[in-house]
Design a binder for this molecule. Sequence first.
Ligand code: ADP
Ligand code: NG1
Ligand code: MG
Length: 487
Amino acid sequence: MSGNSNEVPIANIPSGERIEKLSEHFYNEFGCQPDFFARVPGRVNLIGEHIDYCGYPVLPMALEQDIIVAAGFMREHKINLRNTNCKYDKIDFEIKPYSDMIIEGLGSDGKPFWYNYVLCGIKGALEHLDNKVINGVKLFIDGNIPPASGLSSSSALVSAVCLAFLYAQKAVLNKIEIASLCAKCERYIGTQGGGMDQAIAFLAEKYCAQYITWNPLKATKVMLPEDASFVVAHSLAEVNKAATNDYNKRVIECRLAAKILTLDSHIKIDHNIVTLSQVQKLLNKSLEEMVILVHNQLPKDIYVKTEICKMLNITEEKMDNFYLTPNTIHLQEFKLKQRALHVYGEAIRVEAFRGICSESSMNGIRNGSTNGANTFSTDEDRADVLSKLGELMSKSHESLKKLYECSHKNLDLLVDISKKLNVHSRLTGAGWGGCIVALCPKEKVKEYIEKVEDEFYVKHCKIDKAKAKSFVFATSPNYGAVIYTKK
Ligand code: ADP
Ligand code: NG1
Ligand code: MG
């Protein structure tokens, strides 16, 4: 690896079947070898769901699964785009100024075209470059992150393309800058994401999760207990987040709750308040006090649009133009109490999770571990740490299911099956389908996976055992984004 540790690392092209096959695809299509590769991983969020866009810290780690883009320079200012998976159409386009790039359109399946995620990455790069392009690019994409499953395949795609395009223009960006740029440009797909996926994509490190904080963006290592293993299991329900308004509706509900919570504060209304964390700061209250405040100030289960406008002293037109997104403008009812209670509760759980990890890591060092990974003096200590972390994950799932209403019956079933096996788990990513992440003692992983295969995939989903194996896997923290090139 080379370069400053703040910059995206540049490494030699690794050998291996995946890169060789991708190069072969590239050669067969374009008649030349790729000049370089950009690799960006997917992620699993351990805890801190739906709170990044409220300004609260989250705790994800990078997966081994990734998007790899093989890239070749081209003199014409064009992009030739291909994918190793033939379900994703070939497409070529001219590079236009970013302000002329309109990213829209849904396929017959109601989802955005796959190349719209690519265009998001290109548009973001062009904006950063102020449209100064040196090279066109041939791009061949190869991905193995289960798509539309809460493991951040979309952000890996947007980020890998943005990184490849910037590298082709010889732009040097540090990890923080490019993570922020990618978070911003993925919003062109239509969802108001918070930035967690792009942050971990660039700031991840092997062997540890990251505690990610915002404004300014920062990642702090979190050493996980050595005996803990994280298992990801797919609910078999895929959901494209830009195809529905569920995600944006939650973002809006949180923003409206934030506005209303400032009303009674006797502090002059600050019109820049957008997030629930800004309100907490403004009111100078603890997270626990914010929970009480929500119960007092947002007592109703449902707030209607006209009522919210009255409370905020704004017209419906102003609400449409300044508060709502194109896909939420028609909404009449909002659940403000439930969403705000989830956010403050989940922020408390993230702090607790991180605290337990760092305390047990300190104990590990005291007990002679050299790398800060957490080892324990007794089996009881170890079981205690894992069960405390696990309980936080179970509570997170309950809150996402009941207060945030973003679970799915298959996710709930996976969580229940796990619970019966004495394993705590929760949905990970945006939800409404996708995956659970389970915390399992290392020595129980094989048995746990085996049982989940039997109980969920074979018995409930009627899938044969051999196929079931592809839907559940144990994972450990992996590297972030990298450029591979010949040196
Ligand atoms: P996720 O939770 O995986 O990020 P999203 O709904 O945000 O789910 O994004 C999923 C979309 O990303 C897919 O519908 C597809 O358009 C795109 N995508 C993901 N992986 C790939 C890939 N390997 N090649 C092309 N497009 C992909
Ligand atoms: P996924 O499930 O990968 O689409 C989304 C958001 C995150 C975060 C989580 C919920 C994007 C790109 N990602 O992730 O920012 O809010 O949901 O915690 O919008
Ligand atoms: Mg996504």
